[in-house]
Design a protein around this ligand. Structure first.
Ligand SMILES: Nc1ncnc2c1ncn2[C@@H]1O[C@H](COP(=O)(O)OP(=O)(O)OP(=O)(O)O)[C@@H](O)[C@H]1O
Length: 260
């Protein structure tokens, strides 16, 4: 995987400094800092309980951190008025949940799930909305004749692909993904990963992706951040970190995968 070409000249899209979230005396994540550049994919890895989900939900505005700063394109996200923050969450940002049921409206048709996102950012022409929804279903390999079916009639892999279409249809600049291939059969995971890799590349997406699966970040991420007990213990280019891990914990993570 190549280092993003515009990293040298472009300003970071997302700048995070000292992000900390506690649950009472317990640390969710502590003192996390990083920059994400346009078109870059950052993978956050670590074992269960290492703070990946806490960090992602703080970044995406799903829960407030106790300390720290998040700058998106230079704007201080944590001090934004609520209406502007919501606009950001609807338009510029997207969040792909591990469980598609958390990111889809199960009682609404596949086309409706994609189309209502367009309406939320101002689209009004029914024909154009349906045409765009059909196009996006095609991009995530869902046949056009399933457009009026509800997600409950879809397989897990199809539901996840639909969630991805719903999230990407509005052209977000930053996408958060929480274990997007978790809970799926291995063959379904492989197909979804392939699809995700194509979309990330074709759309030039900036992505923060959380996973415990090193194969996922090997395929998708330009850069890695390894977390342990809520703290970042190692960062670097994905291939460097996975092929030559410096921290003992990363060495353990990598070797435990190799032993499987
Ligand atoms: N709602 C909560 N209330 C109390 N403690 C929490 C809560 N959510 C997370 N924690 C604690 O924060 C720490 C980090 O958990 P987190 O879920 O962020 O880790 P994770 O790496 O995402 O794990 P997993 O992969 O299992 O989801 C853990 O010690 C966890 O017990």
């Amino acid at each position: 995987m190549t280092l993003m070409p515009n990293a040298i000249t472009a300003a970071p899209l997302l700048s995070v400094r000292g992000l900390t979230r506690r649950y009472g005396a317990r640390i969710g994540c502590a003192d996390v800092s990083f920059d994400l550049y346009p078109g870059e994919v950052l993978g956050i890895v670590g074992e269960s309980g290492s703070g990946k989900s806490t960090l992602l939900s703080c970044l995406a505005g799903l829960q407030p951190p106790d300390q720290g700063q998040i700058l998106f394109d230079g704007t201080d996200v944590l001090t934004l008025p609520e209406a502007e923050r919501r606009r950001l969450l609807r338009g510029d940002w997207a969040y792909v949940h591990q469980n598609p049921r958390d990111g889809l409206r199960m009682g609404v048709s596949a086309g409706g799930n994609v189309g209502e996102r367009l309406m939320a950012v101002g689209a009004r022409n029914y024909g154009a909305i349906r045409a765009t929804a059909t196009d996006w279903l095609g991009r995530v390999e869902i046949a056009a004749d399933r457009i009026d079916d509800r997600p409950s009639a879809f397989s897990g892999g199809m539901q996840q692909r639909l969630q991805i279409a719903r999230n990407l249809v509005t052209g977000p600049r930053l996408v958060f993904m929480d274990e997007p291939t978790g809970g799926l059969d291995v063959s379904v995971q492989a197909r979804l990963l392939d699809l995700l890799r194509g979309l990330v590349r074709d759309l030039g997406l900036s992505v923060v992706i959380v996973t415990h699966d090193l194969a996922v970040v090997r395929l998708l991420a330009d850069r890695l951040m390894v977390m342990k007990s809520g703290r970042v213990v190692e960062t670097g280019l994905t291939d460097q970190v996975l092929d030559d891990p410096q921290h003992a914990y990363t060495q353990l993570l990598v070797s435990s995968v190799l032993q499987v």
